[in-house]
Ligand binder design. Structure first.
Ligand code: FAD
Length: 297
Protein backbone atom coordinates (compact mmCIF):
# COMPACT_ATOMS: atom_id res chain seq x y z
CA UNK A 1 0.00 0.00 0.00
CA UNK A 2 1.21 3.48 -0.87
CA UNK A 3 -0.22 6.38 1.18
CA UNK A 4 0.37 9.91 -0.09
CA UNK A 5 -0.26 13.01 2.03
CA UNK A 6 0.60 16.57 1.19
CA UNK A 7 1.00 17.29 4.91
CA UNK A 8 3.61 15.66 7.14
CA UNK A 9 1.41 16.22 10.21
CA UNK A 10 -2.16 17.47 10.59
CA UNK A 11 -2.70 21.00 11.76
CA UNK A 12 -5.89 20.59 13.78
CA UNK A 13 -7.61 21.68 16.96
CA UNK A 14 -7.40 19.31 19.96
CA UNK A 15 -10.12 16.72 19.33
CA UNK A 16 -12.08 14.25 21.40
CA UNK A 17 -12.31 10.58 20.56
CA UNK A 18 -15.38 8.76 21.93
CA UNK A 19 -14.88 5.64 24.05
CA UNK A 20 -16.51 3.54 21.28
CA UNK A 21 -13.37 4.13 19.14
CA UNK A 22 -11.60 1.53 21.30
CA UNK A 23 -13.26 -1.33 19.36
CA UNK A 24 -12.04 -0.02 15.99
CA UNK A 25 -8.51 0.55 17.34
CA UNK A 26 -8.47 -3.03 18.69
CA UNK A 27 -9.63 -4.42 15.34
CA UNK A 28 -6.88 -2.44 13.63
CA UNK A 29 -4.33 -3.94 16.04
CA UNK A 30 -3.15 -0.61 17.45
CA UNK A 31 -4.92 -0.49 20.83
CA UNK A 32 -1.65 -0.93 22.77
CA UNK A 33 0.08 1.80 20.76
CA UNK A 34 -2.88 4.08 21.42
CA UNK A 35 -2.72 3.31 25.16
CA UNK A 36 1.00 4.13 25.21
CA UNK A 37 0.20 7.70 24.10
CA UNK A 38 -1.61 8.22 27.43
CA UNK A 39 -4.09 10.75 26.13
CA UNK A 40 -6.07 12.41 28.96
CA UNK A 41 -9.45 10.79 29.58
CA UNK A 42 -12.49 13.05 29.52
CA UNK A 43 -14.00 13.32 32.98
CA UNK A 44 -17.08 15.34 32.12
CA UNK A 45 -19.01 16.74 29.16
CA UNK A 46 -21.43 19.55 29.83
CA UNK A 47 -23.55 21.86 27.75
CA UNK A 48 -25.89 24.80 27.79
CA UNK A 49 -28.13 23.92 24.87
CA UNK A 50 -31.84 24.70 24.65
CA UNK A 51 -31.71 26.64 27.94
CA UNK A 52 -29.28 28.56 30.19
CA UNK A 53 -28.77 25.77 32.78
CA UNK A 54 -25.61 23.69 32.38
CA UNK A 55 -26.34 19.97 31.97
CA UNK A 56 -23.46 17.59 32.69
CA UNK A 57 -22.75 13.96 31.80
CA UNK A 58 -20.13 12.30 33.95
CA UNK A 59 -17.80 9.58 32.61
CA UNK A 60 -19.09 7.10 35.21
CA UNK A 61 -22.54 7.10 33.56
CA UNK A 62 -21.30 5.90 30.14
CA UNK A 63 -20.43 2.23 29.54
CA UNK A 64 -17.43 3.15 27.32
CA UNK A 65 -16.55 6.29 29.31
CA UNK A 66 -16.53 9.71 27.65
CA UNK A 67 -13.42 9.04 25.63
CA UNK A 68 -10.11 10.83 25.31
CA UNK A 69 -8.72 14.24 24.54
CA UNK A 70 -6.55 13.60 21.50
CA UNK A 71 -3.62 15.55 20.10
CA UNK A 72 -4.10 14.77 16.40
CA UNK A 73 -0.42 15.21 15.56
CA UNK A 74 0.57 12.37 17.93
CA UNK A 75 -2.51 10.28 17.12
CA UNK A 76 -1.91 10.46 13.36
CA UNK A 77 1.82 9.77 13.82
CA UNK A 78 0.86 6.61 15.76
CA UNK A 79 -1.42 5.45 12.92
CA UNK A 80 1.29 6.17 10.34
CA UNK A 81 3.90 4.19 12.33
CA UNK A 82 1.45 1.31 12.65
CA UNK A 83 0.77 1.32 8.89
CA UNK A 84 4.51 1.44 8.09
CA UNK A 85 5.15 -1.50 10.39
CA UNK A 86 2.48 -3.45 8.49
CA UNK A 87 4.26 -2.81 5.18
CA UNK A 88 2.71 0.44 3.93
CA UNK A 89 4.91 3.01 2.21
CA UNK A 90 4.15 6.60 3.20
CA UNK A 91 5.06 9.62 1.11
CA UNK A 92 4.66 12.98 2.88
CA UNK A 93 4.79 15.75 1.97
CA UNK A 94 3.78 14.65 -1.53
CA UNK A 95 0.87 15.53 -3.82
CA UNK A 96 -1.33 13.30 -5.92
CA UNK A 97 -1.46 15.43 -9.09
CA UNK A 98 -3.66 13.33 -11.36
CA UNK A 99 -4.68 9.76 -12.15
CA UNK A 100 -5.96 7.81 -15.14
CA UNK A 101 -7.65 4.44 -15.39
CA UNK A 102 -5.23 1.79 -16.63
CA UNK A 103 -7.02 -1.60 -16.30
CA UNK A 104 -6.97 -3.50 -14.07
CA UNK A 105 -6.11 -0.43 -11.96
CA UNK A 106 -4.73 3.09 -12.16
CA UNK A 107 -1.74 5.18 -13.15
CA UNK A 108 -1.29 7.86 -10.51
CA UNK A 109 1.01 10.89 -10.76
CA UNK A 110 2.61 11.59 -7.40
CA UNK A 111 4.72 14.74 -7.69
CA UNK A 112 7.07 13.90 -10.62
CA UNK A 113 6.59 10.14 -10.57
CA UNK A 114 3.94 7.80 -11.98
CA UNK A 115 2.93 4.81 -9.87
CA UNK A 116 0.63 1.94 -10.78
CA UNK A 117 -2.06 0.89 -8.31
CA UNK A 118 -4.81 -1.73 -8.32
CA UNK A 119 -7.10 0.39 -6.14
CA UNK A 120 -7.51 4.14 -5.68
CA UNK A 121 -8.64 5.21 -2.21
CA UNK A 122 -9.83 8.77 -1.75
CA UNK A 123 -8.94 9.76 1.83
CA UNK A 124 -8.49 13.44 0.98
CA UNK A 125 -10.93 14.75 3.62
CA UNK A 126 -13.53 17.40 2.79
CA UNK A 127 -11.57 18.21 -0.40
CA UNK A 128 -13.04 14.96 -1.78
CA UNK A 129 -10.26 15.31 -4.31
CA UNK A 130 -10.44 12.04 -6.27
CA UNK A 131 -14.19 11.37 -5.94
CA UNK A 132 -14.89 14.79 -7.51
CA UNK A 133 -12.76 13.86 -10.50
CA UNK A 134 -14.53 10.50 -10.75
CA UNK A 135 -17.95 12.08 -11.14
CA UNK A 136 -18.97 11.81 -7.46
CA UNK A 137 -18.79 15.43 -6.23
CA UNK A 138 -19.87 15.87 -2.62
CA UNK A 139 -23.38 16.90 -1.61
CA UNK A 140 -23.03 19.71 0.92
CA UNK A 141 -25.55 20.31 3.72
CA UNK A 142 -24.46 23.57 5.38
CA UNK A 143 -21.73 26.20 5.58
CA UNK A 144 -20.34 25.48 9.07
CA UNK A 145 -16.79 26.62 9.89
CA UNK A 146 -14.79 26.57 13.13
CA UNK A 147 -12.79 29.64 14.22
CA UNK A 148 -9.89 28.72 16.44
CA UNK A 149 -7.07 30.54 18.15
CA UNK A 150 -4.14 28.18 17.52
CA UNK A 151 -2.24 29.16 20.70
CA UNK A 152 -0.45 26.12 22.13
CA UNK A 153 -2.77 24.03 24.29
CA UNK A 154 -1.04 21.95 26.96
CA UNK A 155 -3.72 19.29 27.56
CA UNK A 156 -3.76 17.14 30.69
CA UNK A 157 -6.09 15.56 33.23
CA UNK A 158 -8.84 16.05 34.20
CA UNK A 159 -10.20 17.10 30.79
CA UNK A 160 -13.67 18.63 30.62
CA UNK A 161 -15.59 19.40 27.45
CA UNK A 162 -18.09 22.27 27.40
CA UNK A 163 -20.49 22.96 24.55
CA UNK A 164 -22.45 26.21 24.69
CA UNK A 165 -25.03 27.46 22.25
CA UNK A 166 -24.80 31.17 21.41
CA UNK A 167 -26.83 33.58 19.30
CA UNK A 168 -24.89 33.02 16.07
CA UNK A 169 -23.45 29.55 16.57
CA UNK A 170 -21.95 27.50 19.38
CA UNK A 171 -18.63 27.08 21.16
CA UNK A 172 -16.70 23.97 21.95
CA UNK A 173 -14.22 24.35 24.78
CA UNK A 174 -11.81 21.89 26.28
CA UNK A 175 -10.63 22.77 29.76
CA UNK A 176 -7.75 20.75 31.07
CA UNK A 177 -5.08 21.14 33.73
CA UNK A 178 -5.27 24.92 33.84
CA UNK A 179 -5.30 25.55 30.10
CA UNK A 180 -8.14 25.64 27.61
CA UNK A 181 -8.82 25.56 23.88
CA UNK A 182 -11.96 27.05 22.39
CA UNK A 183 -13.47 26.80 18.91
CA UNK A 184 -16.41 28.94 17.79
CA UNK A 185 -18.62 27.33 15.15
CA UNK A 186 -20.84 29.37 12.87
CA UNK A 187 -21.63 29.64 9.16
CA UNK A 188 -18.84 31.01 6.95
CA UNK A 189 -20.98 33.94 5.79
CA UNK A 190 -21.84 34.91 9.40
CA UNK A 191 -18.27 34.87 10.73
CA UNK A 192 -16.90 38.28 11.63
CA UNK A 193 -13.23 38.65 10.74
CA UNK A 194 -11.38 37.90 14.00
CA UNK A 195 -7.89 36.89 12.96
CA UNK A 196 -8.60 33.37 14.21
CA UNK A 197 -7.74 30.35 12.07
CA UNK A 198 -10.84 29.18 10.20
CA UNK A 199 -11.39 25.48 9.47
CA UNK A 200 -14.15 23.99 7.28
CA UNK A 201 -16.57 21.98 9.42
CA UNK A 202 -19.60 21.52 7.13
CA UNK A 203 -21.55 18.29 6.72
CA UNK A 204 -21.14 16.69 3.32
CA UNK A 205 -20.89 13.33 1.67
CA UNK A 206 -19.63 11.97 -1.64
CA UNK A 207 -22.37 11.34 -4.22
CA UNK A 208 -21.10 7.71 -4.50
CA UNK A 209 -19.19 5.75 -1.87
CA UNK A 210 -17.34 3.64 -4.43
CA UNK A 211 -16.99 2.80 -8.12
CA UNK A 212 -14.85 0.59 -10.36
CA UNK A 213 -11.64 0.00 -8.34
CA UNK A 214 -11.98 3.18 -6.29
CA UNK A 215 -13.65 4.09 -3.04
CA UNK A 216 -13.88 7.03 -0.65
CA UNK A 217 -13.19 6.81 3.12
CA UNK A 218 -13.19 9.19 6.09
CA UNK A 219 -14.34 12.77 5.51
CA UNK A 220 -14.01 12.26 1.74
CA UNK A 221 -16.85 9.76 2.06
CA UNK A 222 -18.87 11.48 4.79
CA UNK A 223 -17.95 14.57 6.81
CA UNK A 224 -19.79 15.21 10.07
CA UNK A 225 -20.60 18.26 12.17
CA UNK A 226 -17.97 18.41 14.98
CA UNK A 227 -20.92 18.60 17.40
CA UNK A 228 -21.20 14.85 16.91
CA UNK A 229 -17.50 14.17 17.78
CA UNK A 230 -17.81 11.26 15.38
CA UNK A 231 -15.46 12.15 12.48
CA UNK A 232 -12.47 10.07 13.55
CA UNK A 233 -14.34 7.01 14.83
CA UNK A 234 -16.42 6.91 11.67
CA UNK A 235 -13.25 7.21 9.53
CA UNK A 236 -11.64 4.29 11.43
CA UNK A 237 -14.75 2.10 11.07
CA UNK A 238 -15.06 3.03 7.40
CA UNK A 239 -11.42 2.04 6.78
CA UNK A 240 -12.13 -1.43 8.20
CA UNK A 241 -15.10 -1.80 5.80
CA UNK A 242 -12.96 -0.52 2.91
CA UNK A 243 -10.46 -3.30 3.57
CA UNK A 244 -13.18 -5.92 2.95
CA UNK A 245 -13.98 -4.27 -0.38
CA UNK A 246 -10.34 -4.20 -1.50
CA UNK A 247 -9.88 -7.84 -0.48
CA UNK A 248 -12.98 -8.54 -2.62
CA UNK A 249 -14.83 -10.34 0.19
CA UNK A 250 -18.30 -11.61 -0.71
CA UNK A 251 -20.93 -8.87 -0.66
CA UNK A 252 -18.44 -6.28 0.64
CA UNK A 253 -19.17 -3.67 -2.09
CA UNK A 254 -22.91 -3.71 -1.44
CA UNK A 255 -22.39 -3.63 2.34
CA UNK A 256 -19.99 -0.68 2.06
CA UNK A 257 -22.38 1.42 -0.06
CA UNK A 258 -25.45 0.50 2.02
CA UNK A 259 -23.72 1.25 5.31
CA UNK A 260 -22.48 4.63 4.08
CA UNK A 261 -26.04 5.49 3.07
CA UNK A 262 -27.84 4.35 6.26
CA UNK A 263 -25.23 5.78 8.62
CA UNK A 264 -25.42 9.20 6.98
CA UNK A 265 -29.23 9.24 6.92
CA UNK A 266 -29.20 8.40 10.67
CA UNK A 267 -26.57 11.07 11.28
CA UNK A 268 -28.61 13.77 9.45
CA UNK A 269 -31.71 12.86 11.46
CA UNK A 270 -29.80 13.11 14.78
CA UNK A 271 -28.23 16.41 13.70
CA UNK A 272 -31.65 17.82 12.89
CA UNK A 273 -33.06 16.81 16.30
CA UNK A 274 -30.08 18.29 18.10
CA UNK A 275 -30.19 21.67 16.40
CA UNK A 276 -33.96 21.89 16.73
CA UNK A 277 -33.63 21.49 20.52
CA UNK A 278 -32.18 25.01 20.66
CA UNK A 279 -34.98 27.58 20.21
CA UNK A 280 -33.73 30.61 22.14
CA UNK A 281 -32.75 32.71 19.10
CA UNK A 282 -35.56 32.32 16.53
CA UNK A 283 -34.45 35.47 14.64
CA UNK A 284 -30.80 34.36 14.29
CA UNK A 285 -29.94 33.26 10.72
CA UNK A 286 -27.70 30.49 12.12
CA UNK A 287 -30.52 28.84 14.09
CA UNK A 288 -33.21 29.65 11.53
CA UNK A 289 -31.27 27.74 8.87
CA UNK A 290 -30.95 24.78 11.20
CA UNK A 291 -34.63 24.75 12.11
CA UNK A 292 -35.09 23.49 8.58
CA UNK A 293 -32.06 21.27 7.93
CA UNK A 294 -32.69 18.28 5.65
CA UNK A 295 -33.24 15.07 7.58
CA UNK A 296 -32.38 12.75 4.69
CA UNK A 297 -29.25 12.32 2.61
C1 FAD B 1 -12.78 22.28 14.11
C2 FAD B 1 -12.98 20.79 14.02
C3 FAD B 1 -13.10 20.03 15.18
C4 FAD B 1 -13.27 18.65 15.10
N1 FAD B 1 -13.38 17.94 16.26
C5 FAD B 1 -13.51 16.60 16.20
C6 FAD B 1 -13.59 15.82 17.40
O1 FAD B 1 -13.54 16.36 18.51
N2 FAD B 1 -13.68 14.46 17.28
C7 FAD B 1 -13.73 13.84 16.05
O2 FAD B 1 -13.82 12.59 16.00
N3 FAD B 1 -13.66 14.55 14.90
C8 FAD B 1 -13.55 15.90 14.95
N4 FAD B 1 -13.45 16.61 13.78
C9 FAD B 1 -13.49 15.88 12.51
C10 FAD B 1 -12.12 15.20 12.20
O3 FAD B 1 -11.08 16.17 12.19
C11 FAD B 1 -12.22 14.53 10.81
O4 FAD B 1 -13.39 13.73 10.76
C12 FAD B 1 -11.02 13.64 10.52
O5 FAD B 1 -9.81 14.36 10.59
C13 FAD B 1 -11.18 13.02 9.12
O6 FAD B 1 -10.00 12.39 8.76
P1 FAD B 1 -9.65 12.15 7.22
O7 FAD B 1 -8.33 11.43 7.24
O8 FAD B 1 -10.80 11.54 6.51
O9 FAD B 1 -9.46 13.62 6.58
P2 FAD B 1 -8.38 14.73 6.91
O10 FAD B 1 -7.98 14.66 8.34
O11 FAD B 1 -8.96 16.01 6.38
O12 FAD B 1 -7.10 14.32 6.03
C14 FAD B 1 -7.09 14.41 4.63
C15 FAD B 1 -5.66 14.49 4.16
O13 FAD B 1 -5.61 14.37 2.73
C16 FAD B 1 -4.61 15.23 2.25
N5 FAD B 1 -4.86 15.51 0.82
C17 FAD B 1 -5.96 16.06 0.23
N6 FAD B 1 -5.80 16.11 -1.11
C18 FAD B 1 -4.58 15.57 -1.39
C19 FAD B 1 -3.84 15.35 -2.59
N7 FAD B 1 -4.33 15.65 -3.80
N8 FAD B 1 -2.60 14.79 -2.49
C20 FAD B 1 -2.09 14.44 -1.27
N9 FAD B 1 -2.75 14.62 -0.11
C21 FAD B 1 -3.97 15.19 -0.15
C22 FAD B 1 -4.75 16.49 3.14
O14 FAD B 1 -3.60 17.26 3.11
C23 FAD B 1 -5.01 15.85 4.51
O15 FAD B 1 -3.82 15.61 5.22
C24 FAD B 1 -13.32 18.00 13.82
C25 FAD B 1 -13.21 18.77 12.66
C26 FAD B 1 -13.07 20.15 12.75
C27 FAD B 1 -12.97 20.96 11.47
Amino acid sequence: MLAVDRETAPSKTPETLPGEAGDALKQMGCWERFGALRFPVIAERSSTWGGPERQAISAVLKPYGLGWLVDRERFDAMLRDHARERGAVLLAPAHVRSFTASPPGWEVSVDDEVVRARWLIDASGRACWAARRLGAPPVRYDGLVGAYDPARFAGGEPARVRIDAAENGWTYEIVSAGSSAKVFFTDADLLASTGARVLPAHSQRAAHALGERWLAVGDALAAHDPLSSSGVVSALRGALGALDVILERDGARGRYAARAQTEYVDYLARRKLFYRAETRWPASPFWRRRADVPARG
